[in-house]
Design a protein around this ligand. Structure first.
Ligand SMILES: Cc1cc2nc3c(=O)[nH]c(=O)nc-3n(C[C@H](O)[C@H](O)[C@H](O)COP(=O)(O)OP(=O)(O)OC[C@H]3O[C@@H](n4cnc5c(N)ncnc54)[C@H](O)[C@@H]3O)c2cc1C
Length: 392
């Protein structure tokens, strides 16, 4: 199917992903979706993504990365998600968890951690959300207390993408000596935590895999407890009190990734619907001949293209080094809602064969899509970000 490309390199990426998906995604998609045990992190897939060089795409060349543009990376995520929304796993490692290290870390931190993240040897997690601090991320209760050359950290985190298997955390905390500043966000700091040594969790850290996740099952989601965890002060990321800025800056870019995830799902729902509508015969003719179906296809195609324009506009702004916070929020908001719209129409077009997972991928797309409107800032939070800028 025709897909609008911002530049020629995008088609090469789409072709490369198609070949990768034939070998590493399509044969395992169903199995990954139905596993429900603590070891269900998609290790084989993650290793294949790393071996292919996909994990390293956005990271700087001097630390083992490929330094590709945001447009190219967005294409990679869109296309992977066309085959399986598992690409959220890649995105969480690269744009969410490694980005703050190579953007805000010291040279020593970058040298120590980024090459391992780029090669897939290390799995980092972005550890912000707490039971009482989701949309209200400033309300952090995890506290770091300075103690000589170390911080002692206590707290609890929830909903952390592969937080159950990660060996490295970019952890957000409230710093006990955050100064007299009353503004809560200015007490938040980011700390790199080497959560595992030789594969074993360090003293004080406990993790659990969250069960019965609706979709995106090839990527696990974890809960993390920290009790008197000692971390060297040299692991502070950026400055004390700059953690909230680091988190928000990271989320700006990562939201383009979520938009790309939604876009990939929406495109797949559209393609499946076109193929099915041409094959399915009702009242003696393919349902594609019915105007009711044609209108649904037209609406889906229009949503997909509009989502694509917004998503690549944000990526292009990021590549130009311009501000893109609003555009990233608009892209994430629109593309995630476009994905919901398209998957819903796809299910209608497929009838019972959409609702039952053994007949088509629509039931899986329905479950996978839903998180787009929740993680990395809910749709309501995106609307807040957008409107506050326009009303300023
Ligand atoms: C599968 C999954 C993966 C995730 N991965 C990560 C991760 O890797 N790292 C991480 O740190 N977090 C992660 N999250 C957490 C995710 O970002 C939060 O769930 C999300 O930000 C919403 O927070 P909450 O669930 O606490 O909902 P709440 O903040 O409690 O929101 C509940 C409802 O209230 C609405 N609401 C809240 N405040 C406002 C407001 N001011 N105006 C209007 N409406 C409002 C929300 O939009 C929502 O509808 C993940 C979550 C899931 C489910």
């Amino acid at each position: 199917m025709f897909r609008y490309n911002v530049d020629d390199r995008q088609q090469a990426i789409r072709d490369r992903v198609a070949a990768f998906a034939q070998k590493h995604i399509i044969p395992f998609s169903k199995e990954l979706d139905h596993r429900d045990d603590p070891d269900r992190f998609a290790w084989d897939l993650f290793k294949a993504l790393a071996k292919e060089g996909f994990v390293a795409q956005r990271m700087p060349k001097e630390y083992g990365g490929c330094n590709v543009s945001s447009v190219e990376y967005t294409t990679l995520i869109e296309e992977l998600c066309y085959y399986d929304a598992v690409a959220c796993l890649l995105d969480a490692v690269t744009e969410l968890a490694t980005y703050p290290i190579y953007t805000f870390g010291t040279d020593a931190q970058k040298k120590k951690y980024v090459p391992k993240c780029a090669s897939g040897e290390s799995i980092p997690a972005f550890v912000l959300t707490e039971p009482g601090a989701g949309s209200d991320a400033v309300n952090q209760k995890t506290v770091a207390v300075p103690d000589g050359d170390h911080y002692i950290i206590n707290g609890e985190k929830i909903f952390i993408m592969h937080g159950d298997v990660a060996d490295l955390f970019v952890l957000f905390v409230k710093m006990a000596d955050g100064g007299d500043d009353d503004k809560a966000s200015r007490k938040i700091s980011a700390i790199i935590v080497e959560a595992r040594k030789d594969g074993k969790l360090i003293p004080g850290i406990k993790v659990a895999t969250l069960k019965k996740k609706m979709g995106m099952r090839a990527a696990t989601t974890g809960r993390i407890w920290l009790e008197n965890v000692r971390v060297p002060k040299e692991n502070l990321l950026g400055e004390v009190g700059k953690g909230f800025k680091i988190a928000m800056n990271t989320l700006d870019g990562a939201r383009i990734g979520v938009a790309a995830q939604g876009l990939g799902i929406a495109q797949r729902a559209l393609q499946e619907s076109i193929d099915y509508a041409k094959k399915r015969v009702c009242f003696g003719a393919p349902i594609a001949k019915l105007q009711a179906i044609q209108w649904m296809i037209a609406d889906m195609a229009t949503q997909v293209e509009a989502a694509r324009m917004l998503t690549y506009k944000a990526a292009q702004l990021q590549d130009k080094g311009e501000k893109f916070t609003i555009e990233a929020s608009q892209a994430k908001l629109f593309a995630s809602e476009a994905a919901k719209f398209c998957v819903d129409r796809a299910m209608q077009i497929h009838g019972g064969y959409g609702y039952i997972g053994e007949f088509s991928p629509i039931e899986k797309l329905y479950r996978d899509q839903r998180i787009m409107e929740i993680y990395e800032g809910t749709s309501e939070i995106q609307r807040l970000v957008i409107s506050s800028s326009y009303l300023r």
